[in-house]
Design a protein around this ligand. Sequence first.
Ligand code: ZN
Length: 264
Amino acid sequence: MTNPLDSLIELTRALGEPQNDYVIIGEGNTSLRLDEDSFLVKASGHGMHGIGADGFVAMRIKPMLALLDKPPATLSEEKAITNSAAIRQHAALPPNALGGTEGGLSPSVEASFHAMLLHECGLRYIGHTHPVAINQILCSEYGPDFAFQRRFPDEVVLCGPQSALVPYADPGLPLALAIREKTREYMSAYGEAPKLILLENHGMIALGETPAEILNITAMAVKAARIFLGALMTGKPTHLPEEEAWHIYRRPDEIYRRQRFVAN
Ligand SMILES: [Zn+2]
């Protein structure tokens, strides 16, 4: 079995492949829940393409959740708490890895939403990217049309019957709080976590149990975005009726296909 860090490195590199056009330079980040109170997250300032073991920090979840429940008054206080939540040595990291400020690694500024989503949704992997096709929609007035409706069956199977849509918020704690609000709304309406969260004027978040699920959701969301944009260019996109999207999502044969796709 692949060790957790290697699986996260592989996932991050795959999302960072230049031909995918999901991220450039230092954009995007990934995380993996390790156990009850710890997770791995990409370090700030590392590009996803070709990332290595030195590009990740192990962190404790609880101090990050406390940060959301009681936001500190200043940014420097927030940064100090975030850095102190980094675990200096963790069994999941190579013996010479030094997380936190002592190792010269700072967790991503988006570490707070990773901790929150891993906790709230109970899933293992998160992949956050800024794909061009997705942002062409999310930097326009068509975000709600794209997020709340579906165009074709495999979009439903992989990305779920709807996405959660989060209004623009300042990256860091304000964004983590905005994502938490919309994720909780989605979970109380539908009884399960969203597979795809769309951030207006920012990017997307895929949530899943395996690296394959993150890659599948991201690829299908980007394909759906391209189709939506193409349909806009030829006229007005048409959508699946909401009840049809839910019907497909719950069909036993589609559930079987979804499980097969994410099994590795
Ligand atoms: Zn981002």
